[in-house]
Design a protein around this ligand. Structure first.
Ligand code: PMP
Length: 426
């Protein structure tokens, strides 16, 4: 079957409207490390998928999964030490107050549990988040998606703290931080004014879906302090930022903020559906007591074995240091290309999570989402898979499996430089 036939088959079986990357789309059949192959045998460097964090089809993870699946796997109503060994190791990687964990199957479920925990602990309903948030697709969690500043039930959103598109020109980093913090205070205060009891804040620790802004120093810690002063719970989403993506284990280490609850997903299982909501003991125990939470496919020995193999790989291969090295190399390369193309408004990010702002011109900074999509298509034609992202859909998002190496980075930089120079000429 060719690509058009598969698209037609997909529409017939899955219903029209399912999202597809690239025009024409890519039909992948195999993966290894940071590479994937299409049905014609063409290799691409995967620079988008953060889920296979230790590489596509990582042999150690697959072996662990297979071995445990062949041995035993039932649900969590029986004693099992594989999941306890894993829980112990995962919790030890987190900040001190994070003592207990509830396993789930997805990031959405982890955030759903976290929001329920915060509501139970505070008796509140209202959450604050950013205007560019995405944390999952359930009714409760989905209410945070791209929320307007006001007007959505139980959600008040504050502006993305983004120095690239500041509220006014010429502000110092401190003034900028304070201006954005005033938005956080207003979001909390407006709940009180409307008689909505406050439950807390749910944000990604590095504001990844918000376009990876260079968050003004101190903003996250101060925002968390404001939330706690108002009696709320601080939930930090590590679904994008966690497991060495930035070169640190957790995004909250980069932005210097401590969570009451932390949620994990995507890379935690390298592709196996695993998620986790970890938090202060009092929050977790209250949630357990009030709900008797049970999730059929989570907390199984297979989850434990897979999660453990991912941690083994990350630690034994020294992935955090590798990410710092390759990420810095890639960022330097992009910064060197940027002056030659005025469609590149900004290059930013950390570790192996970078974004290239594609704009109409550097002066206006007007986002060019069609241009970003065209760049991603051109990169795909040259064998590199990226995708447009960010609140304005104009960022070329770079977020490869963490085994992505310097040679791949150099090949990408060469292709991107060619495309950027061509875009300027056009
Ligand atoms: N949190 C963040 C920050 C995400 O980006 C996503 C998914 N893109 C989720 C949560 C939801 O995870 P899942 O798709 O596993 O439910």
């Amino acid at each position: 079957m060719n690509v058009d036939e598969i698209v037609a088959r997909r529409n017939r079986l899955l219903g029209r409207g399912t999202t597809l990357f690239y025009d024409p789309p890519v039909h992948l059949v195999r993966g290894e490390g940071a590479s994937v192959w299409d049905a014609d045998g063409r290799r691409y460097v995967d620079m988008y998928n953060n889920i296979p964090v230790v590489g596509h089809c990582n042999p150690r993870v697959v072996d662990a999964l297979e071995r445990q699946a062949r041995t035993h796997s039932t649900h969590s109503r029986y004693l099992d030490e594989v999941i306890l060994d894993y829980a112990e190791r995962l919790l030890a990687l987190h900040a001190g107050p994070i003592e207990n964990v509830v396993f789930t199957c997805t990031g959405t479920e982890a955030n759903e549990v976290a929001m329920q925990m915060a509501r139970m602990a505070t008796g509140g309903r209202g959450f604050i988040t950013t205007t560019g948030a995405y944390h999952g697709h359930s009714d409760l969690v989905g209410a945070l998606t791209d929320a307007p500043p006001r007007g959505r039930a139980n959600v008040n959103a504050f502006a993305i703290p983004d120095p690239y598109r500041p509220p006014a020109e010429g502000l110092s980093p401190q003034q900028l931080r304070d201006a954005y913090l005033a938005g956080v205070t207003a979001a909390i205060d407006d709940f009180a004014a409307a008689g909505v009891p406050f439950a807390g804040m749910l944000v990604c620790s590095i504001l990844a879906n918000e376009g990876l802004p260079d968050i003004p120093p101190g903003f996250m810690g101060e925002a968390a302090a404001l939330v706690r002063e108002a009696g709320g719970v601080v939930i930090l989403d590590e679904v994008q930022a966690g497991f060495c993506r930035t070169g640190s284990w957790w995004g909250y280490q980069v932005t210097e903020v401590e969570p009451d609850i932390v949620t994990m997903g995507k890379p935690i299982g390298n592709g196996y559906p695993l998620g986790a909501c970890a938090g202060r003991r009092d929050l977790v125990e209250r949630f357990r007591a009030e709900t008797g939470y049970f999730n059929t496919f989570s907390s199984t020995p297979v989850h434990g074995a897979v999660g453990m193999a991912v941690l083994d790989e990350l630690e034994e291969r020294g992935i955090a240091a590798h990410v710092q090295d390759v990420g810095a190399h890639l960022l330097r390369g992009l910064e060197a290309i940027a002056p030659s193309c005025d469609r590149i408004g900004d290059v930013r990010g950390r570790g192996l999570f970078l974004g290239i702002e594609w704009v109409v011109d550097r002066e206006s900074r007007a986002p060019d989402s069609a241009g970003a999509a065209a760049v991603c298509n051109a990169l795909r034609d040259r064998g590199f898979l990226t995708a447009p992202a960010g609140p304005n859909h104009n960022q070329v998002k770079i977020r490869p499996p963490l085994v992505f190496d310097r040679a791949m980075a150099d090949a990408f930089l060469e292709a991107f430089a060619d495309i950027a120079v061509g875009a300027r000429a056009a």
